[in-house]
Ligand binder design. Structure first.
Ligand code: CA
Length: 236
């Protein structure tokens, strides 16, 4: 977790689904962010003005006013990074939002790992202006290094290209180095608590990770199976 002395970026979450707001608030606070919330566009604009957040998470499907309008107003008065939360079928909204000045978007349902990675990437970009010290978090285990903020993985210093879910899975395991991480925890963290797909997906991604990271994928020394329960990352 983040040290108490460290700057905790403030995130404004504009979202009207109460359950989602609470689960996101909980997860973001655990990741070292402070969170203020708004459930309408009007409230979102007011809070952006009064709280001066480091970043805005903006749902596009809001009651009363469209998230696109909120995006336009926000951008007219501030350079704050904006990440849109969009519906799967809202392709036109994504394009419109980006044209209105949003910086990035995630499609619902998204995993918190993915969202946090996007947030950190945006904050890094805006912190580069020099207001805040850049904090880089790097996880290490044996031959493998994972740079959380840069979203980069290397084996013996050589960059390895991972797909987003593979990266999230490795991060989830490396954060608990030496400890069993159950299948349920991994699926929740990487695919989201709303994932009801085939759990074999997890094994497929573990296999891909091993193929990319292990010297002998058939006899893994970093990502080891805990039979019947889950997986564990070890230094090897
Ligand atoms: Ca909504």
């Amino acid at each position: 977790m983040v040290a108490a002395t460290e700057h905790r970026p403030l995130i404004l979450l504009v979202e009207d689904e109460a359950d989602l707001v609470e689960s996101m608030r909980f997860a973001l606070e655990a990741e070292g962010f402070d969170v203020v919330t708004a459930s309408t566009g009007r409230e979102g604009l007011d809070k952006a003005r009064t709280h001066r957040p480091s970043l805005v998470l903006l749902d596009l499907m809001l009651p009363e006013s469209s998230g696109l309008d909120v995006c336009r107003y926000l951008r007219a008065e501030s350079d704050v990074p904006i990440i849109m939360l969009t519906a799967r079928d809202g392709e036109a909204d994504k394009v419109a939002g980006l044209e209105l000045g949003a910086d990035d978007y995630v499609t619902k349902p998204f995993s918190m790992r993915e969202l946090v990675a996007r947030i950190r990437a945006q904050l890094r970009r805006s912190f580069r202006s020099g207001t805040f010290a850049e904090v880089s978090e790097v996880l290490r285990g044996g031959r493998i290094t994972l740079d959380v903020d840069a979203h980069e993985v290397a084996v013996d210093g050589n960059p390895v290209s991972l797909r987003p879910k593979e990266f999230d899975l490795l991060e989830s395991l490396m954060r608990r180095k030496g400890k069993l991480v159950t299948r349920e925890t991994l699926i929740d963290e990487v695919w989201g608590p709303g994932y009801f797909g085939d759990t074999k997906t997890l094994d497929v991604h573990i296999k891909r990770l091993r193929d990319k990271l292990e010297p002998d994928p058939a006899n893994p020394t970093h990502i080891v199976t805990v039979r019947g329960l889950g997986y564990k990352f070890v230094d090897g």
